[in-house]
Design a protein around this ligand. Sequence first.
Ligand code: 13P
Ligand code: SF4
Length: 316
Amino acid sequence: MNATLLAPSTDLRADILALKKERNAVILAHNYQNADIQEIADYVGDSLGLSFRAQETDADVIAFCGVHFMAETAKIVNPSKTVVLPDANAGCSLEDSCQPEDLAAFLEANREKNYYVITYINSSAAVKALSDVICTSGNAVRIVEAAPKDRPILFAPDQNLGAWVSQQTGREMDYWNGNCYIHVEFTRDSIRRIKEEHPEAVVVAHPECTTAVRLLADEVCSTEKMVDFCRNTPAQDIIVVTEANMLHRLRREVPGKNLIPGPTERCACAECRYMKLNTLEKLYRCLRDLEPEVTLDESLRQAAEAPILRMLELSK
Ligand code: 13P
Ligand code: SF4
């Protein structure tokens, strides 16, 4: 066995890079990962960008630094690869809010409506398999615009993203009752207060925020589009209303601007407890041991793949 696989040295970063080479691995990281993971990743981006990267990669191993549904999506679109996630417990409150049995029961009870089901990527493979098409925050408007006009839409599971897309497209929809536990912690008052402290600042917010918060924003967009917004706005001061690690990505890409984290009622910024479970140590271990590995039953994988491929096709 190779020496790197046996004995980590004191330089974890160097060990990870050596293991990555030995394994022919790629490290994909979401914008909400801790700074040290962002720094070592081959690609850092939003859910949409990460899905494309996972689909395209010719690496043998995908070390996915994000939450479980993201790594699972990578496995669905690139099944011949070994996909590992540093911490198997990195879940998501949105995924938890929509269980496949509940969605299946709802669709069965409302069979006569013949819903066109648009599901946010923050969901399990089993929920994706019940859907017509998947969307991310980066393409949700486009996906809803492309939906058949003669069928009612059920948008699951994020009611806030759904309400924002509905407002953008003018398309009425029924919503699943789910939300992101972090983004709903921003309130109208907490954002008003930080705006008062920085009267020159513009506000960019994620669409998972509530309507009351989105109404205070100059721009509402996915994490990746926040990079463009911050780069292109003439404003120097920008209040960023999303998970706090996004500011690390923004500070790297848009140096020189004053980036201010959006506060909640309880904290000066908001951190996703699931995203934080991944660490450099766990990244090292998952590359060394090739576990926790994301695996899927093949028939479920195929059923979940169809609506994801529809989304990727509509997003090109
Ligand atoms: P993005 O696709 O905009 O990065 O959002 C993912 C997410 O989990 C937001 O909470
Ligand atoms: Fe899920 Fe919210 Fe964490 Fe994003 S920030 S992974 S939506 S819990």
